[in-house]
Design a protein around this ligand. Structure first.
Ligand SMILES: [Zn+2]
Length: 441
C-alpha cells in the first residue's frame, strides 16, 4: 500500500458544515486526509495518483443497516411480509449457515458494497460464525461495525440452531469485542445486535444496555418495522410501544442505531430525539416486505438523525447505496411536496449521518482535513448522467452503483477503474455459488 493516494481533478462534494463544492484534488497521507480542493503535490516518493476527471469525488457511502450474512439468500424470499419472511425463509436459512457459507455470504456482500461505493457498514450478523464475517470484512478492506445477532427468547418459531441462552449470547458478544473491536487500526468495530424485542428476553436487553455503555460499544437493533411485530411487543409489555420499551430497558442513547422505525407515534419520535438515538431507514426493504414507509421528514423535524441502509439481499434484493439514496429522496415527495428532502440533504444522510449512526462521524463521513481517507470517485460521464449540471442532483437522482470508478478506505485504494483490488471477484462469485448450492440443496 502506498503512503499517499491522490484523487486528481474532480468536482468535490465535501459534506462539510457549509456543504461546500470544490474542484481539484483530494489527497490522503498515511490514511489521513491532508488536502481537499485545488492542486496537490505529493509530499513523499511513495504515492499513487488516480485520474478522476469527469468524476464527482465524495465521502464513501455509509450504510447503517445491512445483513451481509444473508446475501446467499438473494432471490429466495420474495413476496412475503416480515414475520413470514423471517420464520419461513430467513431464520431457517441462517440456522443452516456454517462457517464457510457465512464467510462466503459476507465476502460477496463486501465486494458488492465496495464496488458500489459503500465504504462503511453497520452489519447485523447471525447468531453464530461472526468471526467469519469479520474475516471477510477484514480481507475486503471495507470499514465495518459488526455484531452477532442476539436471540435468547423462548420462542418455538425460532429454529433450534438460532436459539441461545442469555449467558451464551452475552459471553459470545464479549469474546467478539475482545477479539475484533478496534482492530485493523480501528477499521473494524463491534456493536451489540439484539435482533429485535420479540427475539430477546428482558434480561438480555437490559444487560446489553449496561454492557454497551460499560464497554463503549454501540447497539444495533430493529424496531417498529411491522404491525405484527408491534402487536407482539404491546402484548408482552402491557400495551407499551417499541421505542418506549427500548428506552425503559436502557438501550437508547447516541450509541444506538435502530433500523426501520416505520410505525412510530410522535411521542416515540420525541423520545428518540431526546436520547440522541439514530434511525436507519431502508426504503427498498420496507417497500418489498410491504412494511410501510418510514416518516423520515417527521423524524428529522423531531430532531432525529436518520441514516440510510439497504438491509439484506433477501429483502431488497441488492445492496446498492445509490438506489436507496434515490428512493429516500423520492419517497416522501408525493405526501409532503417536491421540496421535501432535497438532493444535498439526502447525500448528507447517506454519508455523514451514516457515520454518526456508527459513532464514527469524527473520523469519516465528510472530506475534511484530519479525517480518515474514505472516499469515492463517481463517474458522471455516462449517458444517464450527462450533461453534468449540478453534482448534488447527479449523485442523488441520476448516478448508480456501477458509476463508481475508484474507492479508497482508510487512505488505501480498494477499487481502481471499477476493479476490486482486495478480492478476486471471480473467486468471490464462485465461492458464493458453491455455498448457496450446498445450502439450498
Ligand atoms: Zn434488517
Amino acid at each position: 500500500m502506498t503512503r499517499e493516494v491522490v484523487f486528481r481533478g474532480a468536482t468535490i462534494l465535501t459534506i462539510d458544515a457549509q456543504h461546500r463544492v470544490l474542484a481539484g484534488d483530494v489527497a490522503c497521507l498515511d490514511g489521513l486526509l491532508v488536502h481537499v480542493g485545488g492542486a496537490y503535490t505529493p509530499q513523499t516518493s511513495d504515492y499513487d495518483i488516480v485520474d478522476c476527471s469527469g468524476c464527482v469525488v465524495m465521502p464513501g457511502l455509509v450504510q447503517a443497516h445491512v445483513h451481509t450474512c444473508q446475501t446467499l439468500a438473494r432471490g429466495r424470499a420474495d413476496d412475503l411480509e416480515l414475520l413470514d419472511w423471517l420464520r419461513k425463509v430467513v431464520w431457517p436459512y441462517e440456522a443452516a449457515l456454517d462457517e464457510e457459507a457465512t464467510g462466503a455470504s459476507a465476502e460477496l456482500a463486501c465486494a458488492e458494497l465496495l464496488l458500489g461505493g459503500t465504504t462503511a457498514i453497520l452489519d447485523m450478523g447471525t447468531v453464530h460464525h461472526t468471526d467469519a464475517i469479520f474475516e471477510s470484512a477484514k480481507r475486503s478492506g471495507i470499514r465495518a461495525t459488526i455484531g452477532k445477532a442476539m436471540m435468547d427468547a423462548d420462542d418455538p418459531q425460532i429454529p433450534r440452531g438460532l436459539r441461545e441462552t442469555t449467558r451464551a449470547s452475552l459471553d459470545e458478544s464479549a469474546r467478539l469485542i475482545a477479539r475484533w473491536h478496534g482492530s485493523e487500526g480501528g477499521r473494524l468495530r463491534y456493536a451489540y445486535a439484539p435482533r429485535f424485542v420479540p427475539s430477546c428476553t428482558d434480561e438480555l436487553l437490559r444487560e446489553v444496555g449496561v454492557q454497551a455503555t460499560a464497554r463503549g460499544v454501540g447497539i444495533h437493533t430493529h424496531a417498529s418495522e411491522n404491525l405484527g411485530e408491534i402487536a407482539l411487543v404491546r402484548a408482552r409489555f402491557g400495551g407499551k410501544d417499541n421505542i418506549v420499551v427500548l428506552d425503559e430497558l436502557g438501550l437508547l442513547g447516541p450509541h444506538t442505531c435502530i433500523a426501520h422505525c416505520i410505525h412510530l407515534s410522535a411521542a416515540e419520535r420525541a423520545l428518540l430525539a431526546a436520547r440522541g438515538a439514530h434511525v436507519c431507514t431502508c426504503p427498498s426493504s420496507n417497500l418489498k416486505l410491504a412494511s410501510g414507509v418510514c416518516g423520515v421528514p417527521e423524524l428529522i423535524a423531531a430532531g432525529v438523525s436518520v441514516a440510510i441502509g439497504a438491509d439484506g439481499a433477501p429483502c431488497n434484493n441488492n445492496l446498492d447505496g445509490f438506489l436507496e439514496l434515490r428512493l429516500t429522496a423520492l419517497l416522501h415527495k408525493p405526501r409532503l411536496g417536491p421540496r421535501t428532502l432535497p438532493a444535498s440533504e439526502v447525500v448528507r444522510m447517506a454519508t455523514l449521518a451514516g457515520a454518526a449512526a456508527l459513532g464514527i462521524a469524527d473520523r469519516v463521513g465528510s472530506l475534511e482535513l484530519g479525517k480518515r481517507g474514505d472516499m469515492i470517485a463517481v463517474d458522471i460521464s455516462a449517458l444517464h448522467t450527462v450533461p453534468a449540471a449540478a453534482p448534488w442532483s447527479q449523485i442523488a437522482y441520476a448516478a448508480k452503483a456501477c458509476d463508481v470508478r475508484h474507492v479508497a478506505v482508510d487512505g488505501a485504494l480498494v477499487v481502481r477503474d471499477r476493479a476490486l483490488l482486495t478480492l478476486d471477484v471471480a473467486k468471490v462469485r464462485e465461492r458464493a455459488r458453491r455455498a448457496a448450492a450446498r445450502l439450498f440443496a
